[in-house]
Ligand binder design. Structure first.
Ligand SMILES: NC(=O)c1ccc[n+]([C@@H]2O[C@H](COP(=O)([O-])OP(=O)(O)OC[C@H]3O[C@@H](n4cnc5c(N)ncnc54)[C@H](O)[C@@H]3O)[C@@H](O)[C@H]2O)c1
Length: 414
């Protein structure tokens, strides 16, 4: 079928006239149709995602939008004929873009999410889904009205370890779970702060659409350090909670089918490198869930011996998931999931090691763009993990325990 005739409106009146909705109705691609993708925010992660999507069969990357024009040449090395824009709205104007990958800084996620849906495109949205809780509500509502296929960049949802842990939980192997512990650790050479990136020489006011980066934040002269190192500042980021905790809390909420947390407490500070950053590098979070379960997460940027992981502590067994670091294991690296029975309640149980193969998270999105099925990391999980993350950060900023009721309408200060 020709490209311009194969896309047809799903929602039609009996008379055959398209109904006017706030969001354009879904288009239909055949199982073998080429999917045309655009990328908004083609920095570190975005360029990895361009490679991932190019590796999926029958996909074309046709356009990119990035406020820093230095990214154009970087992406053109992979996709020579790509259309380039420094304003994401021009990319969204393109009729021949079916789906958009958004890998921009956190404070722009909501704008890119809502504009992509309004333009009638499907979306692969990097985590954390939004910068605040009210924005998460807004995106969830828009998604529910829009009929778009949305995959959140929580790629652990597609891992074999996830499938194994979910299966063990469903079969009752862990029994009653009242506590989950988790941790995430990194280290850097002395004097070099985690995440700090050099500002490229051509990252200057002539080469950057600075207003588009600010995205409504107070106007000020160009600041290349903030553009490149947005992660370090509350105005643009949620620190390590929205960078990494979000993956782990989403995984646990999904494996255990947890609702939103009822309360959060977070302590810590900037203890590793005082390099002008605002977000903490040493963190302990406690989330209370309404069904008698406490989840803890601790994170440091000054030691990576235990790498990262989670332990689901149940009356009948333990599920341990994580990424081995070679220092910890004497060589072994990579993701693992294991089950250990509690002898007191499952005396004849045996230990298990997860064997299920990973799915490709990006290929899962593309497959859903064609089939209109719900992807592995749906918007509801993006929403729940965003709310949990923002509750933790709001507690840290207020230096007190917060409940969901108290903070659900709060826009953070910066
Ligand atoms: N899922 C994962 O494992 C994973 C891993 C790393 C990063 N991420 C996420 O990916 C996102 C990007 O992280 P990164 O490390 O690639 O950051 P980055 O700074 O390297 O890239 C962001 C890019 O967006 C551009 N940009 C800024 N404002 C923009 C705007 N308004 N419109 C268009 N482009 C804009 C920047 O110029 C830059 O090129 C973050 O949300 C991060 O949390 C996810």
């Amino acid at each position: 079928m020709a490209n311009n005739t194969r896309r047809e409106f799903l929602k039609q009146t009996t008379a055959g006239t398209a109904i006017l909705f706030a969001y354009p109705p879904a288009t239909v691609l055949g199982a073998n149709d080429r999917v045309r993708v655009g990328i908004i925010g083609a920095g570190n992660r975005g360029q990895d995602l361009v490679e991932e999507v190019l590796a999926v069969a029958n996909v074309e990357v046709v356009a990119m939008a990035d406020v820093y024009r230095g990214r154009f040449a970087e992406v053109q090395k992979k996709v020579p004929n790509i259309a380039t824009f420094d304003d994401h709205r021009r990319l969204l104007d393109m009729k021949d873009v079916d789906g958009v990958i958004a890998a921009s800084p956190l404070h722009t996620h909501t704008r890119h999410f809502l504009d992509t849906l309004s333009a009638g495109k499907d979306l692969y949205a990097e985590k954390t889904m939004t910068w605040s809780i009210p924005e998460a509500e807004q995106c969830l509502n828009a998604a529910r009205k829009s009929n778009r296929v949305i995959q959140i960049g929580l790629q652990w949802e597609s891992s074999g370890a996830f499938a194994d842990a979910k299966h063990w939980m469903k079969n009752g192997l862990a029994g009653k779970v009242t506590q989950v512990e988790s941790w995430m650790s990194r280290n850097t050479p002395h004097g070099k702060g985690q995440w700090v990136r050099p500002v490229p020489l051509d990252c200057n006011p002539q080469n950057v659409n600075w207003n588009a980066f600010l995205n409504g934040r107070a106007n000020r002269p160009f600041d290349g350090y903030r553009l490149i190192n947005w992660r370090l500042f509350w105005e643009f980021s949620g620190g390590n909670v929205t960078e990494n905790m979000v993956h782990q809390v989403a995984w646990i909420m999904s494996v255990l089918d947890l609702p939103l947390p009822s309360a959060a407490y977070m302590s810590g500070g900037i203890f590793s490198e005082q390099d002008g950053r605002e977000v903490p590098d040493t963190i302990v979070v406690t989330l209370d869930f309404p069904n008698n379960l406490v989840w803890t997460w601790q994170s440091t940027f000054s030691n990576r011996h235990y790498n990262l992981g989670e332990r689901i502590l149940g009356s009948d067994g333990t599920i341990e998931h994580g990424w081995a670091g070679s220092e910890m294991t004497g060589g072994e690296e990579g993701e693992y999931v294991r089950y250990y029975p509690e002898n007191v309640n499952r005396p004849s149980g045996t230990a298990l090691t997860g064997q299920t193969k990973d799915q490709n998270h990006m290929a899962n999105w593309i497959e859903c763009v064609r089939s209109r099925k719900t992807p592995n990391a749906p918007v509801e999980l993006g929403y729940k993990s965003a709310v949990a993350s923002h509750m933790a950060n709001l507690s840290y900023r207020r230096k007190q325990r917060v409940t969901l009721e108290e903070v659900k309408a709060v826009v953070p200060e910066y």
